[in-house]
Design a protein around this ligand. Structure first.
Ligand code: ZN
Ligand code: ZN
Length: 337
């Protein structure tokens, strides 16, 4: 089977590998669509922490069950999406219903080989049956689920004014699910074209240019009250630090993006607001199911998110153009051919 391997940073190669055979508890999925994510881009660029090469990238996956291991109840031919976070099921986090932050988490395409291949063998618990959505929609569920999880973490309601920092695919996901929850949503980014995109496609309540005087813009947009929830999707230390002084009193900060550096804050700013500070990692089945329901009802759309598509046979060529910022990619999807 055709497989694209990231053999070292900056180098993708086409390899011919054997089609996998599922053992008991496993299924082989014939991959149909692969969403390309910031993680893949960073891994290709060599700046993804805890990453080893060679690695098959790709964790946003949909497909059809090709074969099943002994004893599996899953039907061959069934369309599925894959939850790429393989958890141990036994650690403190797993026992407490939080497999998304398992102490021994294995993410497809990160810690073990992912789905840039024709057939992928995964534990059967990692596949979810799905009807009524096309394979490209199924492939972006994971990306949207990250935003949905952050919104759920913060318990967002129609009372909230939410500021999403960063208008990349994760930020746009968070924006949409905050709107589904009924909140008034503001979006901030350093790029005017991305802000304009969010204004046109998602009718946000306001946009904030992160290169300008952010506090002044927020004061104006919120009548001096500031956002009750700030969701950071920037991966930028200074944006994350600034959130502590841009928040409404009684408000909540959710850090979705991960940075290597240290985040510091002034305790008086933190305390006077009685700030709630939350980390948000990956997503759970509950979030994936919420995404599917919202895609089916049309409350959330993948259409505006997916700006570029390519065929699997052109993946290497296309990927090299998508990593350049001037390509304007928000989200790319690769279709198996
Ligand atoms: Zn992803
Ligand atoms: Zn665990």
């Amino acid at each position: 089977m055709r497989t694209i391997v990231c053999v070292e940073p900056g180098v993708l190669e086409k390899h011919e590998l054997d089609k996998p055979v599922p053992k008991a508890g496993e299924v082989v999925v014939k991959i149909k669509s692969i969403g390309i994510c910031g993680t893949d881009i960073h891994a290709f660029g060599g700046n993804q922490p805890f990453f080893s090469y060679p690695r098959v990238l790709g964790h946003e996956l949909s497909g059809i069950i090709e074969s099943v291991g002994e004893g599996s109840q899953l039907p061959v031919g069934q369309s599925v999406y894959i939850i790429p976070y393989l958890s141990c099921g036994e650690c403190i986090a797993c026992r407490n219903g939080k497999p998304n932050c398992c102490t021994d988490i294995n993410v497809l395409g990160v810690h073990r080989d992912g789905g840039m291949c024709e057939y992928l063998c995964v534990p059967e618990t990692a596949v979810v049956k799905s009807e009524g959505l096309d394979f490209n929609d199924l492939a972006v569920i994971e990306c949207l689920a990250i935003g949905a999880h952050a919104v759920r973490r913060a318990n967002i309601s129609e009372q909230d004014t939410v500021l999403v920092l960063g208008a990349g695919p994760i930020g746009i996901g968070a924006l949409q699910f905050a709107q589904v929850a009924g909140a008034k949503v503001l979006i901030s980014d350093v790029k005017e074209d991305k802000l304009k995109f969010c204004q046109e496609k998602y009718n946000v309540a306001g946009t904030v240019n992160a290169l300008g005087d952010v506090e002044a813009q927020l004061a104006e947009l919120t009548q001096g009250e500031f956002p009750t929830v700030i969701i950071d999707c920037t991966g930028n230390v200074s944006a994350m630090k600034a959130a502590f002084t841009q928040l409404a009193h009684g408000g909540t900060i959710v850090f979705v993006s991960v940075v290597k550096g240290e985040i510091s804050f002034t305790d008086t700013e933190f305390h006077k607001r009685e700030t709630t500070l939350l980390g948000s990692r990956n997503a759970t089945l509950q979030d994936f199911e919420h995404v599917v329901a919202c895609l089916k009802s049309g409350q959330v759309s993948s259409q505006a998110l997916v700006t570029h598509t390519a065929k699997f046979s052109d993946l290497i060529e296309s990927f090299q153009t998508w990593v350049k910022p001037e390509s304007g990619v928000i989200k790319a999807v690769v279709e198996m051919d």
